[in-house]
Write a protein that binds this ligand. Sequence first.
Ligand code: NZQ
Ligand code: ZN
Length: 387
Amino acid sequence: MQDFVFQNGTKIIFGKEKENLVGQESAVFGKKVLLHYGGGSIQRSGLYDIVLQSLKNKNLEIFELGGVQPNPRVSLVREGIAICKENDINLILAVGGGSVIDSAKAIAAGATYDGDVWDFFTGISQVTDSIPIGVVLTIPAAGSETSAGTVITNEEGWYKRAMGHDSLRPKFSILNPVLTFTLPEYQTACGITDMMAHILERYFTNVKNVELTDRMCEATLQTIISNAQTVLEEPTNYDARAEIMWAGTLAHNDLLGTGRIGDWASHNIEHELSGIYDIAHGAGLAIIFPAWMKYVYSHDVNRFVQFANRVWGVDIDWNYLEKTALAGITKMEQFLRSIGMPIRLSEVDINDQHFEEMADKATEDGPQGNFLKLTRDDIVEIYKIAR
Ligand code: NZQ
Ligand code: ZN
């Protein structure tokens, strides 16, 4: 196990009707709140009215910026920064999913910075401070409700880039599984795929003697797998939605990565896809992750055998470990297919036109991944496997 520091300061408020506490939680940070949201789901569900009322009950001054798109854009972030600077905003309240939260984080960082916010994503500048962020989560997926990271797309060149800083971890996140009842099947499945990917990025490590976190990863994966069909068939099943929602947070709050070195190549390879083609991040991962597994499994067959056996219940063939490893990858693909995810690029009408360009972009800062370092040519091969 590696040495580590684990600190995740986000206050999590979990359960039914907890969105009513948003005014009280927000008031702690001052009077002026920028309410940030997406393309209309919170208005349709009635959550918008509840949040607004709760803020008004605490006499907070409310500024609004809606219209965050999935794969959030830097142009809207710049609008948010202008609002914060002009009005001395005390808290940015993100009501929505990963895209809204990530947009809020970028605004929060940019609002205390004199230069352009994209500097943080290119590495020209580092975040040192940001406006506090609060969250009411509506889709379990990205894990942004407790993570320090944000992923934003720059329309100039369609670069999708991540950056992070501890000050960007939300101060509080309200998680009410009932708010996820309205999620369409496809979004539910994308979220399930993303949270599984967050665990797998940590699971496939070269660090030895990480039994506790191995088993925590496997338990969280199994919980997601065993509740997935239920949430798809019974979208208003509270217990199953609650398991999925909490799993989504634990998948990405850094606990499961303690003492390990995560891989993260699949995420970076996927970000190029959703950057250029604007597909859902979870759907992109459903295509890329199995392809990555097929490309790298021989680097550590035993780890893939453990994955196949402990997560998917594949019997170990001690004479032919490779067969067991591959059976685990097949099980993963079958599962993704069963929840309605695409598992090949052709299923989302993506051909090989941009493979080289995406691989170039993915390796601009050098090879990707830690389990196995991947060069530009390796990444082209992974896109080819995913065809
Ligand atoms: O925009 P609205 O109208 O709200 O609709 C959203 C959106 O269309 C809809 N939705 C959300 N909650 C709903 C709902 N529809 C009905 N009922 C509800 N309760 O779902 C759609 C997708 O929302 P989005 O926020 O884009 O999804 P997600 O949470 O999966 O976030 C994806 C983004 O997060 C980034 C991804 O790259 C992607 O841009 N990630 C962020 C990470 C982080 N900050 O730590 C890590 C992740 O790996 C990921 O990269
Ligand atoms: Zn992700």
